[in-house]
Design a protein around this ligand. Structure first.
Ligand code: 5AD
Ligand code: SF4
Length: 508
């Protein structure tokens, strides 16, 4: 078993020097996080804990104070932010969008590529003067970057005005860390290199009609370019009854769309040793809950099995959209990325999915310029994109991440070539998106209305079941409702359309 309590966890998972910074019973230790340590995957059980995260003496500490959290990176981070917002509000803090009136500012960071890290250091530069003008401001850095020793050292040396650094496995400790920062003089650093228990019942602040639900934490895939398995720890699935209870509760509260989250949702349940329950089983159970739309992200092609395809083909609230990251169309490159599937296997899977769900929308992630990627290998990515015909894709230039195996490979593709490949790939993807959207001209689609468009307040904005963006004219009161829109002007990024008359008439 790996630590049933936080104290145990600290002692059992961290190697290296420990210095108590305080002799209080909630002492904070400075523990340099280690990617090497994080890579060790033991057989230890992960315990599920259901206690409250807010100590009694912290329940009013935020009264009269305001907080702001800036979130970088993926949906997992967005959702972690919701948890931190929930905790801060249970401590009495109120939200603000204005840095100048914030008493606590947290940067929830992303480590996936170098430019994500650069943005955070840029933001820290801006916050320095704010901290100088308002020394009572509490500044914290959390998220994936905090799991990297080099980042923690850089902040301690060059950005010593930061008050708290805490890792992805320490989020539930936020109230205790804030208390330490208020009462202590030194920077509070708490980063566990290895994952701890699964903490249920943490408060979450959710707004609007869409909600994220974590079904698992961590990743054991260790793709050679990726830092996530180190920063997020080993795969740990939440118990099905906890996930289902959370979704039922959201359904009762009237949420219209739920996205199940995990770094590799297809590995859900593989870590249970007492029950045989997979991601397909979970989706089949979620299907029976009265929520109009259920999505999931992100899946790994390797673990995407026939049972799951069968369940998704039942549709209902399970939407026809699958994000299926391919990364490269070349079997050789996929091997060096340690993706554990070939181009052929991926295409076979896509074929199966399309046969079972003919109107499925497929999206993907692609990396160009991976070490050693030749022109021919890049052309294989282009031909795979032509064959699959993705509706859209996230595309990236490879960015070496310290501590990952690919960072030791020779990064021999010239920068200019990487950029040209990215441009060509994006042009192809855009052309396909445009063509696919064109097929929707004249069709009527179901749209969940989000509200006024960010770019044009005269227009309402919403999403189809396949997550395509739709703009149309209509009364603001439709926000949060399902309507039908006839597509009149499909474009690459947005489908413009007209509200069908019956839906317009429903609004009084
Ligand atoms: N460089 C570039 N892109 C990366 N991704 C993950 N790690 C890297 C990296 N080192 C991309 C992958 C992944 C997405 C979330 O980010 O495509 O699917
Ligand atoms: Fe990273 Fe691969 Fe895990 Fe996705 S599956 S988080 S790309 S290691």
């Amino acid at each position: 078993m790996q630590g049933g309590s936080d104290e145990l966890n600290k002692d059992s998972t961290i190697s290296g020097t420990k210095q108590a910074k305080s002799d209080k019973d909630y002492s904070i230790y400075f523990q340099p996080p280690s990617l090497k340590e994080a890579k060790k995957r033991g057989k230890e059980d992960v315990q599920v804990r259901y206690e409250s995260a807010i100590p009694d003496d912290m329940k009013t500490i935020g009264k009269g104070r305001k907080y702001l959290i800036r979130t970088f990176g993926c949906q997992m981070n967005e959702h972690d932010t919701e948890v931190m917002m929930g905790m801060l509000e249970e401590m009495g803090y109120e939200p603000t969008e204005d840095k100048l009136e914030a008493d606590v500012i947290l940067l929830n960071t992303c480590a996936i590529r170098e430019n994500a890290e650069d943005k955070v250091f840029g933001e820290l530069g801006h916050l320095k003067s704010l901290k100088q003008e308002k020394p009572s401001l509490l500044l914290g850095v959390c998220g994936c970057m905090s799991q990297e020793e080099s980042v923690v050292n850089r902040i301690m040396q060059k950005h010593a005005f930061v008050d708290i650094i805490f890792g992805t496995h320490n989020i539930h400790r936020l109230p205790v860390l804030i208390k330490e920062a208020y009462y202590g003089k030194e920077m509070v650093v708490e980063v566990w290199s290895k994952e701890g228990d699964i903490i249920e019942n943490l408060p979450k602040k959710r707004e609007g009609m869409k909600a994220w639900v974590n079904i698992m934490y961590g990743c054991d895939k260790f793709c050679t370019y990726c830092i996530v398995p180190y920063t997020r720890g080993k795969e740990r699935s939440r118990r099905p009854q906890d996930v289902l209870a959370e979704i039922r509760d959201l359904a009762r509260k009237g949420f219209k769309e739920i996205t199940l989250l995990g770094q590799n949702v297809n590995a859900y349940g593989k870590d249970f040793d007492d029950i045989d329950y997979s991601f397909a089983d979970l989706m089949d159970d979620v299907r029976k809950i009265d929520v109009p739309r259920i999505r999931f992200t992100t899946s790994h092609p390797r673990d995407f099995d026939d049972h799951l395809i069968e369940v998704l083909a039942k549709r209902g609230n399970l939407v026809e959209h699958i994000h299926l990251p391919v990364q490269s169309g070349s079997t050789e490159v996929l091997k060096r990325m340690s993706r554990k599937y070939s181009r052929e296997l991926y295409l076979e899977l896509v074929g199966k999915i399309k046969r079972a769900i003919p109107d499925v929308m497929l999206t993907t992630d692609i990396i160009v310029g991976f070490p050693g990627e030749t022109d021919e290998q890049f052309e294989e990515t282009m031909s795979l994109v032509r064959e699959v015909r993705y509706d859209s894709a996230f595309t990236f230039i490879y960015s070496p991440r310290d501590g990952t195996p690919a960072a030791d490979m020779e990064d021999n593709v010239p920068e200019q070539v990487k950029k040209e490949r990215l441009t060509r790939l994006n042009e192809l993807l855009n052309q396909i998106s445009r063509e696919k959207n064109e097929q929707l001209r004249g069709q009527t689609v179901e749209v969940l209305v989000e509200g006024e468009s960010k770019t044009n307040p005269d227009v309402l904005s919403g999403r189809t079941r396949t997550n395509k963006l739709v703009h149309f004219r209509g009364p603001k009161e439709l926000a949060g409702r399902f309507v039908h829109v006839t597509i009149t002007e499909p474009q690459t990024w947005v489908l413009k359309g007209e509200l069908v008359a019956e839906d317009a008439a429903r609004v009084v």
